[in-house]
Write a protein that binds this ligand. Structure first.
Ligand code: NAP
Length: 364
């Protein structure tokens, strides 16, 4: 067996933290050796700290139950000394999150972040591993700025765009994506909630998710961007406009997409590109990588959230209903699991990529 990386989970008691622990319970490279959350949870066993908040379908893995939860803000040095890197998903203000992530990075502990606070820090890569693995090159400049040898911050993008960006990105290279209109239908776990904790969402749709539309329009441009002079320079196109709705679904964000191209492809050309699109995760056979990244369904009533969201470790993208549109060139739907591909799973895949490419090493 290969030497294990020792991993900390900051925000371990939360919705995304629980996902991390579920994924990492049987991970072939990563062993969780430190759990941290707020001062409210610190000093308690993990089982006590989570209490009735366990929201995963699988039971809480036995091995975490008796681990003592550390204080994410006050035990930075201790955690940094004990692990090779941390995953971070905390419910703090933007400034507090930035300060916390910086503390870990400066303590020579790489941070794989699910938080939005550093997504627009220009030397912090925002990585969807199949798409812009090359943005990791900016880490060198970030380390120079921070004065660190090992420590850096890498983030994953918002969960809403993890279905439509993968579908559009490979089409852009071939046909030039010009304008994109997208409506997302987002699950309640995206707000860290279950139906027990958010009964108002049963039989309901809420037309507002604070900040989500801005993220859905702006973040793709950083992903489309390029590394130049130690920074990621965002692209100025394609044009994105988004409406994001909360729907009564536990997990899985659906998106309805309308797209206009520079050069209109045929349906067959689009389907061939989706079928063949793969990235470094597939080439390197990373443990969390889906075998087939984009899965297209010919049936009119597919992809459906409950049938598709968990397939291939919840890491695959599902697309369907590709057809010509009366105003745009094409329209289609796509789906991804928001706390697997869109959050914890995407961060685990990013960490695997950064380990495989040598950006994270085993500490002596
Ligand atoms: P959550 O369920 O509310 O969990 C929040 C976590 O933050 C808990 O572990 C909590 O610990 C911890 N925390 C709160 N105050 C803290 C403090 N002062 N110091 C240290 N830790 C503190 O939230 P979530 O849904 O997991 O989301 C966490 C982050 O991931 C957010 O930034 C969110 O935007 C992002 N995200 C979520 C999703 C999703 O699908 N849910 C997707 C992508 C990104 P206690 O239990 O001790 O309070």
């Amino acid at each position: 067996m290969m030497k294990q990386y020792r991993v900390g989970v900051i925000g371990a008691t939360g919705m995304v933290g629980q996902r991390f622990l579920t994924i990492l319970a049987n991970h072939p490279w990563f062993t969780v050796t430190a759990l941290a959350a707020s001062g409210r949870s610190a000093g308690k066993t993990y089982a006590e700290a989570v209490g009735s908040r366990w929201a995963m379908q699988d039971a809480m893995p036995e091995k975490y139950k008796d681990m003592i939860v550390l204080d994410a803000g006050n035990d930075v040095e201790r955690i940094a000394a004990e692990v090779d890197f941390v995953f971070c998903a905390v419910n703090l203000s933007k400034d507090e999150t930035k300060a916390l992530e910086l503390k870990y990075a400066k303590a020579e502990c790489p941070v794989m972040s699910n938080n939005s606070a550093n997504r627009f820090t220009d030397d912090v890569p925002m990585i969807i591993p199949e798409i812009n693995a090359d943005h990791a090159a900016v880490i060198e400049a970030q380390r120079k700025r921070l004065g660190t040898k090992r420590g850096f911050i890498s983030v994953k993008s918002n969960c809403s765009l993890q279905s439509y960006v993968p579908a559009l990105y490979p089409l852009d290279a071939a046909f030039g994506v010009k304008d994109v209109l997208v409506c997302t239908y987002q699950a309640i776990s995206g707000a860290g909630k279950t139906f027990d904790r958010w009964p108002e969402m049963v039989d309901n749709v809420n037309p507002y998710i604070g900040g989500e539309e801005e993220k859905s329009e702006k973040e793709p441009l950083k992903i489309w961007g390029e590394v130049k002079d130690g920074k990621i320079v965002p692209a100025s196109r394609p044009n994105f406009t988004a409406q994001c709705l909360r729907v009564p679904v536990s997990d899985g964000h659906m998106a309805a997409v309308f797209v206009r191209f520079e050069k209109k492809p045929t349906k067959e050309q689009i389907l061939a590109i989706w079928k063949n699109f793969k990235g470094e995760p597939q080439e390197l056979a990373l443990p969390m990588a889906p075998a087939q990244f984009i899965n297209y369904y010919e049936e009119n009533d597919m992809p459906q959230t409950r049938l598709c969201r968990d397939l291939d470790k919840g890491m695959a993208i599902h697309a369907g209903r590709l057809r010509e549109d009366t105003q745009y060139d094409y329209k289609f739907v796509c789906l991804s699991h928001n706390t697997l591909r869109g959050a914890a799973g995407g961060a685990v895949l990013m960490a695997e990529l950064l380990c495989a490419k040598g950006y994270i090493d085993h500490k002596e």
